[in-house]
Design a binder for this molecule. Structure first.
Ligand code: P6P
Length: 317
């Protein structure tokens, strides 16, 4: 089987350059370290919460801080990284003055699930950036996007612009290529949404969910986007975290730069679709580092139905 290392080496000089190979090697090593820390967190006193509240207004968990530190160290070990942007940090962090790539990441998404042993993940994106002004760019310009899913297995799902590849961590700590060309099936009868928030859905989402239930679709909601995303990559489906119709200014729950954009690039690279109402996620021009957006992505047939529902209601088509 192909290893992550041989996969990178085979693409160095074409899709990747030496610098990006180093960045990816260091990100992969960071996810291995995070995976190790998660596995024994209850034994190492790394559970519970700290007294610290992050820029999101969320109480940080010890593993949030540790995962963030591990990802920052991966950036520092990569000479070509100019800036790091993290869900856990208020502003971008200058890494190397002569760097040319920014690494944007959510070091541990879904960490509210840690103490109940549910799959969580690290989400990352790599863009060209020599100045801080280069960071707020639409997701279409991402060079690389990926996530690590820390579950019964540790998986790494990646796009470098040639489809989507899936790797699985073996007992020796080596990522092995287990899917060289992952595709999201266009048809699926499974949706992921937090149904407790039904009163906040806009009409298009409410109509889609009602129709899906009437047509026998099943529901799965982990409360950890990486876990729900990984299921969609493996058996299709659609994930929805719509904006709160009662608080439109909030923009939604999920963050554009380090959640919606990398997942959106991966989903489109696997033949799926990722939208915000009538527009695609990847075409949104960011206005701030921690901007929140509504998120709808997954099997193209299902996402197209939701897009059509918005077209009817928003544009009166
Ligand atoms: P809710 C985790 O905090 C997260 O950002 C995503 O990983 C997850 O899909 C969502 O929030 C869960 O939100 O409202 O169900 O708690």
């Amino acid at each position: 089987m192909t290893t992550f290392e041989t996969y990178l080496d085979a693409r160095n000089g074409t899709v990747l350059d030496d610098d990006l190979v180093v960045v990816l090697r260091n990100i992969a090593e960071a996810t291995r370290q995070i995976s190790d820390k998660l596995r024994t967190s209850s034994l190492d006193g790394l559970t519970g919460s700290t007294e610290v509240t992050n820029v999101q207004g969320e109480t940080q968990k010890p593993l949030d801080i540790l995962s963030n530190d591990i990802m920052l160290e991966a950036c520092r070990r990569s000479a070509s990284v100019s800036f790091a942007v993290s869900e856990e940090l208020d502003t971008e962090v200058a890494i190397h003055a002569d760097g040319k790539y920014a690494v944007i990441f959510d070091p541990l998404d879904g960490s509210s699930n840690l103490d109940v042993n549910v799959t969580v993940g690290t989400i990352f994106s790599v863009i060209r950036a020599t100045t801080a002004d280069d960071i707020l760019k639409s997701g279409r310009g991402q060079l690389i996007a990926g996530y690590a899913a820390y579950g019964p297995q540790t998986g790494l799902v990646l796009t470098i612009g040639q489809g989507v590849q899936m790797f699985t961590l073996n007992d020796e700590g080596v990522y092995m290529l287990t899917n060289a060309d992952a595709k999201i099936v266009p048809e699926a009868k499974e949706f992921a949404i937090n149904a407790a928030r039904r009163s906040s859905w806009d009409d298009a989402v409410a109509a889609y969910i009602e129709d899906a239930i009437d047509n026998g679709h099943n529901m799965r909601w982990v409360g950890s986007m990486v876990a729900d995303t990984h299921r969609i990559f493996n058996r299709g489906g659609v994930f929805l975290y719509p904006a709160d119709r009662n608080k439109p200014a909030s923009g939604g729950r999920l963050r554009l730069l380090y959640e919606a954009n990398p997942i959106g690039l991966l989903v489109e690279a696997a033949g799926g679709a990722a939208i915000i109402g009538t527009t695609t996620i990847l075409d949104i021009e960011p206005t701030s580092l921690h901007q929140r957006v509504p998120v709808i992505f997954g099997s193209k047939t299902e996402v197209d139905k939701i897009s059509a529902a918005y077209q009817e209601r928003v544009l009166g088509a």
